[in-house]
Design a protein around this ligand. Structure first.
Ligand code: SF4
Length: 260
């Protein structure tokens, strides 16, 4: 079968695990999104005329794996492709994801009952960036005025299951006390007890922002932990030196949250 992976130099014939099922898939394509986040170019994906063809191939490939019995409840799929809520093939995609353990990156602008059902199954979870504690910062960062709608949908999803809240720190934009407090209050209000702190990865290696970034992470993580919230940072989103300093400053911050 010819797929979008055919011809890739990373493909090779080697010994394989004894489990004759697929263990892990990350599906990440440029695809439509209804947000215009300042740190992301996915919305430019609307301009990429090939995304529809790539998405069609990816879905067909997943359905092919499923038909071959290569996907089961132990397979983990991370879906990080545009916004699932507005994806034209949403139901086809969710039909596959519902059979697996899945992580869905969503902006939560659209509440999808099928996703809530998947959360209730305990095998799926949502990762959603909130990035702000005030409406104005949210609008500035996410490019849309949907602060209340997103928070309301997140609260509904949390009632169903596992939702990880992410805060991408942008120095000078959302690192002030009002935003941090607004976010902490929101976590507390909706029962969001797992938070990932991140940064604008385009800023990696910028020595001018390293000090304020590490300082706000330390302050923010401490304040979240005081409320009983588990805080994680992803190692790959920081330089080795930054990550070392974060661990030294706040050893209780975990490098990863469960199943990441
Ligand atoms: S919601 Fe996600 S995919 Fe959409 S523009 Fe923002 S970061 Fe990109």
């Amino acid at each position: 079968m010819k797929t979008c992976c055919s011809g890739c130099s990373r493909l090779s014939e080697e010994l394989w695990f004894s489990r004759r099922k697929i263990s892990f898939i990350i599906l990440g394509l440029s695809a439509p999104c209804n947000f215009k986040c300042i740190y992301c170019n996915a919305h430019d994906g609307m301009m990429i005329d090939k995304w529809k063809e790539k998405m069609k191939q990816a879905i067909e490939l997943l359905e092919y794996y499923d038909a071959q019995g290569l996907i089961d409840g132990e397979t983990e799929i991370q879906f990080v492709t545009g916004e699932i809520g507005v994806a034209p093939d949403r139901e086809r995609i969710l039909s596959i994801l519902a059979k697996c353990r899945s992580s869905i990156l969503s902006n939560c602008s659209v509440y999808v009952e099928r996703i809530a059902e998947m959360l209730r199954s305990g095998r799926s979870r949502i990762v959603v960036s909130i990035d702000a504690g005030t409406r104005s910062a949210f609008q500035k960062i996410r490019g849309v005025d949907l602060f209340d709608q997103v928070r309301a949908n997140v609260a509904r999803y949390i009632e169903s299951g596992n939702v990880i809240l992410k805060y991408i720190l942008l120095i000078g934009v959302n690192d002030d006390d009002e935003n941090l407090k607004g976010f902490i209050d929101f976590c507390h209000e909706v029962g969001g007890f797992q938070v990932v702190l991140s940064r604008d990865t385009r800023d990696m290696g910028n020595v001018a922002t390293e000090r304020p970034l590490l300082s706000v992470i330390s302050r923010f993580a401490g304040a979240l932990q005081e409320k009983g919230i588990t805080v994680g940072v992803r190692q790959r989103e920081f330089t080795a030196q930054e990550y070392e300093k974060i661990q030294a400053q706040i050893p209780s911050v975990i490098g990863t949250l469960p199943r990441e």
